[in-house]
Design a protein around this ligand. Structure first.
Ligand code: ATP
Length: 296
């Protein structure tokens, strides 16, 4: 098997009495997109900031291509931060040019512009670009040293749906070019689309890890039927054979026999006016594992 690009062993990070990361371990194979998922405060950013070297670990081991992080790590890693402040009076082109000059190893400027779709905004001041354009520029900056391993911390938080999709296309293109990506996100749909493997983090620990499809198959899969609030009031029998939960503005039923479930709901006289049916997804998995919604 290939040496993992990154291997984390029993990582712990405390801030005083706050145990932000409580013994996280994982290994990332070359060329994949690995996602760290979890709700606010789960410990995702702390984990990647420790790996990046921005924070020091309380304990644990971090190996890059099988060795402790050193010069190769600093030269071969690209980081897209959540809150980079750009110089407002610099243009997009100037920002990229200045940033590239910081490195000995550099990606060609034209390639960065093409990959991150910056052609139309090169002469705009950073103060005048949209949120999605800023994320694309930050991504180009993370690629400036032609890195082997790229960290993206919540790259689409705050973007509108169109800008999110645009960024997903670009991340997909970077992945196809053979680079390894580590991504943090709260969005399960984003992880399902972009990530080959994911770790779901909650309260500083990994609670599930693997390929999204394997994780879904192992933990449930099937169908989720949602009904409006009160749709089962007064008609729910003592023994209802499928998992029920409150949420999504009503009641959600997890079933592997959608036809049978529907027949039962009809025979019980449930209110089906607001019935919707969809596949079980990673967000459902998170809720079933933790008993909590992913986002407040
Ligand atoms: N510098 C710090 N000092 C004290 N506590 C901190 C510090 N940074 C993070 N924490 C705490 O550590 C825990 C994990 O935070 P972290 O930012 O890593 O979570 P996250 O999963 O990235 O959340 P988000 O999605 O909101 O970014 C939280 O309880 C947070 O309040």
């Amino acid at each position: 098997m290939d040496t993992p690009v990154l291997e984390i062993r029993d990582l712990v990070k405390n801030f005083g009495k706050v145990e932000a990361v409580r013994g996280i371990s994982f290994a990332i194979r070359p060329g994949i997109c690995f996602g760290l998922l979890g709700p606010n405060g789960a410990g995702k950013t702390t984990t990647i900031e420790v790996i990046e070297g921005i924070l020091s670990p309380t304990s644990g081991e971090i190996l890059y291509k099988g060795k402790p992080r050193g010069r190769a790590f600093r030269e071969e890693v690209g980081i897209q931060l959540q809150s980079t402040e750009l110089l407002l009076l610099q243009t997009v082109r100037e920002t990229l040019e200045v940033f590239r000059r910081l490195y000995r190893r550099r990606a060609p400027l034209e390639e960065l512009i093409q990959t991150c779709q910056l052609q139309d905004i090169l002469d705009k001041d950073n103060a005048r670009i949209s949120g999605g354009q800023k994320q694309r520029l930050l991504l180009a900056m993370a690629l400036a040293n032609d890195p082997d391993l790229i960290f993206l911390d919540e790259p689409t938080t705050g973007l509108d749906p169109q800008a999110r999709r645009h960024l997903w296309d670009i991340v997909g293109r970077i992945k196809r070019s053979g680079k390894t990506l580590v991504l943090t996100t709260h969005y399960m749909d984003e992880a399902e689309i972009l990530c080959d493997e994911i770790a779901i983090v909650d309260a500083g620990r990994i609670i599930a890890m693997g390929r999204p499809a394997d994780m879904l198959a192992a933990h449930g899969d099937g169908t989720v039927m949602t009904l409006g609030p009160g749709a089962l009031d007064g008609c729910l029998p003592d023994h209802f054979p499928w998992t029920l939960r409150q949420g999504e503005g009503g009641v959600a039923i997890h079933t592997r026999e959608p036809g049978e479930t529907l027949k039962t709901l009809v025979s019980l006289g449930a209110d089906l006016n607001r019935l919707s049916v969809r596949a079980f997804n990673l967000e459902d998995l998170f809720i079933e594992l933790t008993g909590r919604e992913l986002r407040p």
